[in-house]
Design a protein around this ligand. Structure first.
Ligand SMILES: [Mg+2]
Length: 270
């Protein structure tokens, strides 16, 4: 374990909302990291609110609630906040009532409709939203680029190029963005998910918080999680339980404020 950092204790005292990355931070390939269930309980008992933050927009947020319940993490009062949900909020704020052509799964399409978005079939729409479509077909892809060609504003839910699966990495939304750019030169006007600050701004508005120190971003990726926290001016905690190894830290553009081997160690700083 690292030397106790008094500054972290002080920052934790001010933190009301923990923004928690999932894979590599709380679990690895669906297996909880250490005694994470009790670490999360410890934080709830301290009066902290837990917000599970994921860039993955392939499923509706309710699917994550179920998944997190199944591994014993999610409790009443916790929140799952995905780039998909953030995109719906963004559309309702800036493109209210506009028609949307979605490149996405049926689960996400349903979440959009439930969120009041006017999702249309066909290739004429005001906005074209690219998400992590694990049900992608060539027909859907062609329809989507036609919508952009005919003038739809192009928005993407998140930029990740790959997604960890059981034993390999699989192409994620960022790869679809690159494919469309390579083929036609179109790039999104806005990308909602980490590392961009939109999810952070939405959460500040949702909880009517003006103090950036009310939030702490915890994650295992320097270029998404830590960069996101920095872009939002939130304190950041890097955990070395996932993708990042110690030797990768010095060259990162955005440096974490705190580094722990595992998020379970956070209990030692209260
Ligand atoms: Mg992660």
């Amino acid at each position: 374990m690292r030397k106790l950092d008094k500054n972290l204790t002080e920052t934790l005292r001010k933190t009301k909302y923990f923004l928690l990355d999932l894979d590599g931070t709380l679990y690895l390939e669906n297996k909880p990291i250490g005694d994470m269930k009790n670490t999360l309980k410890f934080l709830r008992d301290k009066g902290k609110k837990l917000i599970y933050l994921t860039n993955n927009s392939s499923k509706g947020a309710h699917t994550y609630v179920e998944k997190l319940k199944n591994i014993g993490f999610y409790e009443e009062g916790d929140l799952v906040y995905s780039s998909g949900v953030a995109t719906i909020e963004y559309l309702n704020r800036y493109y209210k009532g506009k028609s949307v052509c979605l490149l996405g799964t049926e689960s996400y399409r349903q979440e959009m409709i439930n969120g009041g978005i006017n999702v249309v079939d066909g290739d004429r729409a005001d906005v074209a939203v690219l998400s992590y479509d694990t049900e992608l077909s060539y027909e859907k892809l062609c329809n989507f680029v036609r919508a952009i060609h005919f003038g739809a504003t192009y928005i993407a839910t998140h930029p990740d190029v790959n997604c960890p699966a059981e034993d390999v990495y699989l192409p994620d939304a960022g790869s679809f963005i690159k494919m469309i750019e390579t083929a036609l030169g179109y790039t999104p006007k806005v990308v909602i998910g980490k590392p961009n600050n939109i999810m952070g701004e939405n959460l500040k508005a949702k909880f009517s918080e003006n103090d950036d120190f009310s939030f702490m971003m915890v994650g295992d990726r320097l270029y998404t999680d830590i960069a996101f926290g920095k872009n939002c001016n939130f304190p950041t905690m890097l955990v070395l339980s996932g993708e990042t190894t110690e030797d990768m830290i010095p060259s990162a553009e955005k440096q974490p404020d705190f580094i722990l081997e595992s998020f379970n160690d956070v209990k030692n700083y209260f």
